[in-house]
Design a protein around this ligand. Structure first.
Ligand code: SF4
Ligand code: F3S
Ligand code: FES
Length: 246
């Protein structure tokens, strides 16, 4: 089948004028612009297959991230037909003959579909996303009941793709908001019975740019490729903060 693929392109170097040179008339637009590609594809092809096809056959300068190709690494989240999706998980037959692809919203664009994730990962690190336990090590493993394990089962599924945070209007309005992904990562440890750092994390998330910025808009839940109930996780963290204060 034929599809019309439109990609929001941006090359920071296009039209760049070498230092000392006079401006040249007719240079390509340096700003973001839509570029159309007509492709012959299979309905079962994924958007990632289409991007790889464009790069191999039409324009080797097209830039995007991908690694595993199977929904595990989280590197190819992008705005596909106006919703945040993983390019390796969404197929042509789910999208139709007109497909648009743009970088994740709300994050600075480095080139084409590549966004700068440093702020996103900075927030991730800010919630201490690792096990904190200063107690003497037991002889064998730190044990946990199956019931306790279920408390954070959902949030262990996060692959840090940023689809949630970059779809959140509260984050667009206030980029300082820690965002749903970081809260999901904090939740994973706050509710782990082996962890002793819950108090520190709850304090961090009680900050003015923590959980209270969430307005339960649910875009994050719709965007999450792992089906995580992000809003529930945020509410559980909020309740834990309130419970501590009470
Ligand atoms: Fe991606 Fe879901 Fe994790 Fe958000 S919670 S970063 S959407 S996997
Ligand atoms: Fe944003 Fe999700 Fe809350 S979209 S406002 S983090 S429910
Ligand atoms: Fe790894 Fe899509 S390429 S999640």
């Amino acid at each position: 089948m034929k599809v019309e693929l439109r990609i929001l392109r941006y090359d920071p170097e296009a039209g760049a004028i070498p230092a000392g040179d006079a401006p040249v008339v007719g240079l390509p637009a340096a700003g973001p612009h839509w570029q159309r590609y007509d492709l012959e594809v299979d309905p079962m092809d994924r958007v990632l297959d289409l991007l790889l096809k464009v790069k191999a056959e039409q324009d080797g300068s097209l830039s995007f991230r991908r690694s595993c190709g199977h929904g595990i690494c989280g590197s190819d989240a992008m705005l596909i037909n106006n919703r945040n999706r993983l390019a390796c998980r969404i197929r042509v037959d789910q999208l139709g003959r007109k497909i648009s692809v743009a970088p994740l919203p709300g994050l600075p664009v480095v080139k084409d579909l590549i966004v700068d994730m440093s702020g996103f990962f900075g927030k991730y690190r800010s919630v201490k996303p690792y096990l904190i336990n200063e107690s003497p090590e037991p002889e064998r493993e730190r044990r946990q009941s199956a019931q306790d394990r279920t408390k954070f089962d959902d949030t262990t599924k996060c692959i840090l793709c940023a689809a949630c945070t970059s779809s959140c209007p509260s984050f667009w309005a206030r980029p300082e908001y820690v965002g749903p992904a970081a809260i999901v990562q904090a939740h994973r440890f706050i509710f782990d019975s082996r962890d002793e750092g819950a108090g520190e994390r709850l304090e961090i998330l009680a900050d003015e740019d923590g959980v209270w910025r969430c307005r339960t808009i649910f875009n994050c839940v719709d965007a999450c490729p792992r089906g995580i109930n992000i809003t529930r996780a945020i509410l559980e963290v909020s309740s834990a903060i309130v419970g501590r204060r009470g």
